[in-house]
Each structure stands twice: as structure tokens, then as C-alpha cells.
Design a protein around this ligand. Structure first.
Ligand SMILES: NC(=O)c1ccc[n+]([C@@H]2O[C@H](COP(=O)([O-])OP(=O)(O)OC[C@H]3O[C@@H](n4cnc5c(N)ncnc54)[C@H](OP(=O)(O)O)[C@@H]3O)[C@@H](O)[C@H]2O)c1
Length: 552
């Protein structure tokens, strides 16, 4: 791998002689072990997720030689389809991917089956069990099963019960091998429902069989956070309150609610983005080094972060939380409706589509360091990144020449669309005068390694087949996140002045700059932590023009 010279803002930064670099694959060519032969049962296979993510990921794994031999995919849903009908539907969903590799598609398609079921009918699942046993016999097919719940959350509990009652959760009995269940986020809609879902899961499955899926965790750049932090000796010593001023985690989307109003009206941005993705990123950035790179060691450390979260003072939420809802506006030159005008949204809906949260972690490492979690729909640009802002130099030698402040060092971990890590630092601008110039040193994640990148659903499906729970959520972390968020949700949803709490922003208006501005105002606040900890309020945190927009 060649280290590239970067030219930033006119300044050329030589990264030194390119080191001889050996790529160290974490686990073999892509993985050292092959998964056991198994059947992947997709429940809700007539839906969007199956066509857009699950089957394309399985097909890509097949083309990469990563699927077990033999394997089989069984789609199940209420919709009546034949095997052939389901294969055609999946071929259409794959589009060019299937057309460009017809031979592979034909072999893959031969392993796909379909069964019509009723999610609350014992006989449907008994029939499914018979089918799994009968069809597997004589094909060297071990009776290992994955049940992937690609159904709306409201159907999960009943389906789990049916799978359990049909004896399909049992392991190593009646000729069955292992059995696993994949549950998609959201995991409940509050603490109570998350506990209820978990109880149902645990009535039939043990924790090692349960794979709670948040595809964000499997993005290469997200996985890279732990490598970056713990495979380099230079960052860990400064990864704490002494050197870090603040950490910002942003996930901005240009899209609106699209066709998901039914779900979004019940969820809003806090349930949709914060309970899972944002809290996971927070844990990866804040956790202590685990003793080993093993699923439970890593997940133990994440849980410790969640246990240390300072509860929000619900009586003064405005100091820690800003909620917004998009109004009409221009996104990439196209006029778009406001949230309340989207199909399926209530005309006076108070559901937030934007949130910015200031979080503190009460432990030795992070005491007093704010973590900003920011996510919104219909923003001016689509991006996910994390910025670690370091503290200013304690004493500036250059004060007389350069003034009071010297720009701080920033480490940015780009997750989307720029998959990169960049470190910003100060250099002397070449020439006779003493001028500082901030430059960045960049690493682009896909540099020369594009082929090795694995799409998140591929990685998670493969890990599930391998029984590796590292990138899946454990119940205690789900529960702790809900414990942290539920009082905020309650306060936001029950308070009489909800419309006061919610700010309205113009669609497409806020991009990185506006969010930067939002952060900067907050950084000032954080710089004054200690003497003026409580000075933050939402009126200073909004970018110019962002607040005070007429309510639609
Ligand atoms: N789509 C995504 O990009 C995405 C991303 C992340 C997480 N998820 C999660 O993944 C799960 C599946 O998502 P999806 O988008 O594929 O869902 P979906 O298309 O809305 O539903 C999947 C299938 O469930 C059945 N179904 C839907 N509503 C039903 C109802 N009220 N009663 C009975 N059956 C119903 C339908 O099949 P039949 O009518 O044929 O039975 C439908 O084809 C959800 O939990 C979702 O939150 C989805």
C-alpha cells in the first residue's frame, strides 16, 4: 500500500517514504473458516428488505465463494408465490447483478425455495419444520437453521413464539444442528417493549442464538474504529478528557421520510437513529480497550460506556437536546415538501426529524468531555462522520505573532460518503513570514483495496452463519440504551409544550457548515465548561436562520 502525498488547501504534505506495508487480513482470504452448511429462512420474504438487501448480499457472498456448501434459502411470507415466482422476483430485484453473471445466478437460484405461511399459525411452522427436514435429507445438508425476521416489529413476537412452539429453535435434537435467529432493529419502541421482546426471544432461544442486527456496525469504516484506536499505540494515550475537547458524531441525510411515514410517525429520529446507530458509534469511540478481540469482551466494554452515561436532567432538556422537524425547501435544487406534507404524516405532527444531543460519560476517562450526537433528515448533504476535536495548546509561543488562538487539531473519521481518516494539524506556511497553515493528512479507506470491501449485510450474514456475535447487539446494551433514552422520549412526548421544544428548519438548508456552526457554538460552551457549564441553551446552538423559522 502506498502512502499518498496529499495536497490540501495549496499546502503539500509529504507523508514520508512509503513504508512497506503488509495487509493483515483479520481472518484469512476473507475468512479462515467456512460456515457450516445451513438453511437461511427469511420470514417476510415478500418485503422490501429481502429484495433490496438480504438476497443481494447472499448472492454476492455466493459469487465470492463465501457461502457454505451446501446451503439453501427458504423465503416465507403470507403472499402466495411458487419457488419459481419467488426466484423471478429476486432476479428482478438483483437487476444487472444477476444479468451480468447468469451462470452464477442460475446455480444460486436453484438453492432458493418459497413457502407461504401465516405468521400466527402453528400448522404453518410445523409444515416449515417438515419441509426443512425432508428437503435437507440426502443432500449432505446439516440441519442448521437461521431464521431471519424481515417482518415489521409488530409481528416479531408472535413469529418467535411460532418458531419456538414448532421446535425449530431447539439445537442438537431431533436431527437438528444449530439454530439462530436474526432480529432487525428497532428492538422495541421503548424500554418496556424491548424487555417484552427480549423475554419472548429468551423463552425460546438462548442469548448465543440471538443476533440483533444493526447494519451500521458492519460498515468497514465503523469496524475500523476499533482497529484504529487499538492497533496504534499513539492514539490511546491522548484518547481522554485531558486531550480531547469534544467528540461529534454526525449522521445527516438528504432524504425525507419517503414511503416510511407509518413507521416514522411512531418512531421519530430518536428511536430511528439514536437508540441504535448513534449509540453504537458513541460506544466504539468512548469504550476502553477490551482484553481480547472477542465478541463478549468487546460488548462488555460497550456496556460499561452505557452504564456510565449521565442521565439527562429532564427538567432542563433544552440544555442538552435540540429537536427539529423539516419544513418545505430545496434539496439539491429540487423543491421538496415539509414533513407534515409527506403522505401518511399527520398534518400537525410533532415528530422530530432532527436531533442534536450533548452527552456526558461519567467515568475517569471522559468526565466533562461532551459528546455531540447529531442526526437529521432532509439536510443539505448526506454524510456520516465522527470528529474528535483536541484541546488547544496549553500555552501559545506564537501569541504575539499569531494572536490568541491557534486552530485545534481535529481527527475526522469519515464513514459516508468519504470513507477516510484525516488528521488536521498546523504547519508553517513556506516563506519568510511566520504564518500557520492547517493541513490534513489523509487516509482513504478504499485506496487500492476496493475489492476487499464487504457490504454491511454481507458481512453480518456471513458472521451469523459463522456464529460470530461481535457485530451484533447484546440485550444488556439494548436495554441500557433504552434506559437512557426512554426518560427523554417520555419528556418529549408527554410535555405540554412539545411544539415549543421542536424547532422547524428548512429542508436542504443545513449542511456540514451549518452543523459545524451548531457545533462551534457548542464548543464555545464546552470550552467554558467548569466555570460556565450550564450556559448552553438551544437559542445559541442553532445556526443562523435555522431557528425561528415560521412553524408550517
Ligand atoms: N427495508 C429496510 O431498508 C430496512 C432497514 C433496516 C431495518 N428494517 C427492518 O426490517 C424489517 C423488515 O423490513 P421491510 O422493509 O422488508 O418490511 P416490509 O416490506 O414492510 O414487510 C415485510 C413483509 O412483512 C409482511 N407484512 C408487512 N406488514 C404486515 C402486517 N401488517 N401484517 C402481516 N404481515 C405484514 C409482508 O409480507 P406478506 O404480506 O407477504 O406476509 C411484507 O412483505 C422491519 O422490522 C424493518 O424495521 C428494514
Amino acid at each position: 500500500m502506498k502512502v499518498k502525498d496529499e495536497t490540501v488547501g495549496g499546502a503539500s504534505l509529504k507523508s514520508g517514504p512509503a513504508p512497506t506495508t503488509t495487509l493483515v487480513p483479520m481472518t484469512g482470504p476473507i475468512h479462515q473458516e467456512n460456515p457450516d452448511p445451513c438453511t437461511i429462512v427469511i420470514v417476510g420474504a415478500s418485503g422490501d428488505l429481502t429484495a433490496r438487501k438480504i438476497v443481494p448480499a447472499l448472492f454476492d457472498l455466493y459469487r465470492k465463494g463465501e457461502m457454505p456448501a451446501p446451503f439453501r434459502v427458504v423465503g416465507c411470507a403470507r403472499t402466495h408465490l411458487t419457488d419459481q415466482g419467488f426466484r423471478q422476483k429476486m432476479q428482478k430485484a438483483l437487476g444487472g447483478k444477476a444479468r451480468s453473471d447468469d451462470a452464477a445466478w442460475k446455480k444460486f437460484a436453484a438453492q432458493i425455495h418459497y413457502r407461504s405461511i401465516d405468521y400466527s399459525d402453528d400448522a404453518s411452522f410445523a409444515g416449515l419444520g417438515d419441509f426443512l427436514k425432508k428437503e435437507g435429507r440426502g443432500r449432505g445438508m446439516a440441519q442448521n437453521r437461521i431464521f431471519y425476521l424481515a417482518i415489521p416489529p409488530s409481528l416479531c413476537e408472535v413469529t418467535v413464539r411460532m418458531i419456538g412452539r414448532a421446535g425449530l429453535a431447539a439445537e442438537k435434537t431431533n436431527g437438528f444442528g444449530w439454530s439462530r435467529i436474526v432480529v432487525e432493529k428497532p428492538f422495541g419502541r421503548d424500554l418496556e417493549s424491548a424487555v417484552a421482546l427480549d423475554k419472548t426471544l429468551h423463552d425460546h432461544f438462548e442469548e448465543h442464538q440471538i443476533f440483533r442486527m444493526d447494519h451500521y456496525l458492519a460498515k468497514e469504516t465503523v469496524q475500523n474504529i476499533l482497529m484504529f484506536r487499538f492497533a496504534n499505540a499513539i492514539f490511546e494515550p491522548i484518547w481522554n478528557r485531558r486531550y480531547v475537547d469534544s467528540v461529534s458524531i454526525r449522521a445527516l441525510e438528504t432524504l425525507g421520510v419517503e414511503h416510511r411515514a407509518g413507521y416514522y410517525e411512531q418512531a421519530g429520529v430518536l428511536r430511528d437513529m439514536f437508540q441504535n446507530h448513534m449509540m453504537q458509534l458513541l460506544a466504539l469511540m468512548a469504550m476502553d480497550p477490551p482484553s481480547a478481540f472477542e465478541a463478549d469482551r468487546v460488548r462488555d466494554e460497550k456496556v460499561r460506556v452505557y452504564r456510565s452515561l449521565r442521565p439527562f436532567p429532564v427538567e432542563s432538556l433544552n440544555r442538552y437536546l435540540i429537536l427539529g422537524q423539516y419544513g418545505p425547501g430545496l434539496v439539491r435544487g429540487k423543491q421538496v415538501p415539509g414533513y407534515r406534507e409527506e403522505p401518511g404524516v399527520r398534518p400537525h405532527s410533532l415528530v422530530p426529524t432532527f436531533a442534536s444531543m450533548r452527552i456526558f460519560i461519567d467515568n475517569w476517562r471522559w468526565q466533562g468531555t461532551p459528546f455531540y450526537l447529531i442526526s437529521g433528515k432532509r439536510m443539505g448533504e448526506k454524510l456520516t462522520n465522527i470528529t474528535v476535536q483536541f484541546k488547544e495548546v496549553p500555552h501559545s509561543l506564537f501569541r504575539k505573532i499569531l494572536g490568541e488562538h491557534i486552530g485545534v487539531n481535529r481527527l475526522t473519521m469519515g464513514i459516508y460518503p468519504d470513507e477516510r481518516i484525516s488528521l488536521m494539524f498546523q504547519t508553517k506556511y513556506p516563506g519568510p513570514r511566520m504564518i500557520l497553515k492547517p493541513v490534513t493528512m489523509d487516509f482513504r479507506y478504499a485506496q487500492g483495496q476496493k475489492d476487499a470491501l464487504m457490504e454491511a449485510y454481507e458481512k453480518l450474514l456471513l458472521d451469523c452463519m459463522l456464529g460470530d456475535q461481535m457485530l451484533f447487539l447484546r440485550q444488556d446494551s439494548v436495554q441500557l440504551c433504552w434506559e437512557f433514552l426512554t426518560p427523554i422520549l417520555n419528556a418529549c412526548e408527554t410535555c405540554s409544550d412539545r411544539s415549543e421544544t421542536l424547532q422547524f428548519y428548512e429542508a436542504g438548508k443545513w449542511g456540514t457548515q451549518a452543523v459545524e456552526e451548531l457545533n462551534r457554538t457548542r464548543m464555545n460552551d464546552s470550552a467554558a465548561m467548569g466555570s460556565k457549564t450550564q450556559q448552553f441553551n438551544s437559542s445559541t446552538a442553532f445556526p443562523p436562520g435555522g431557528r425561528g423559522m415560521a412553524q408550517p
